[in-house]
Design a protein around this ligand. Structure first.
Ligand SMILES: [Zn+2]
Length: 74
């Protein structure tokens, strides 16, 4: 399965040196939430394929703590 066919995106985070796969998006700021972490790109890819095959997709979920705080103090 090619990356563009997947319902999930994953990327390398240089700070943590991990591959990150967000499963949800914060409804206020569009931030990545429910992030899965992998040490190897192929593991992240495998998980993205697995989730896509399960019919899942990145969904808009709860606001992340930072956005929720901004919202309350808004
Ligand atoms: Zn957010």
């Amino acid at each position: 399965m090619e990356a563009q066919e997947l319902n999930f995106h994953y990327y390398y985070d240089e700070e943590s040196e991990l591959w990150l796969l967000p499963q949800e998006m914060c409804q206020l700021g569009g931030c990545d939430t429910e992030i899965l972490e992998f040490t190897k790109e192929e593991e992240a890819h495998k998980k993205a394929v697995e989730l896509t095959k399960q019919g899942k997709t990145t969904k808009v979920g709860f606001p992340c703590p930072e956005c929720y705080e901004d919202y309350l103090n808004g």
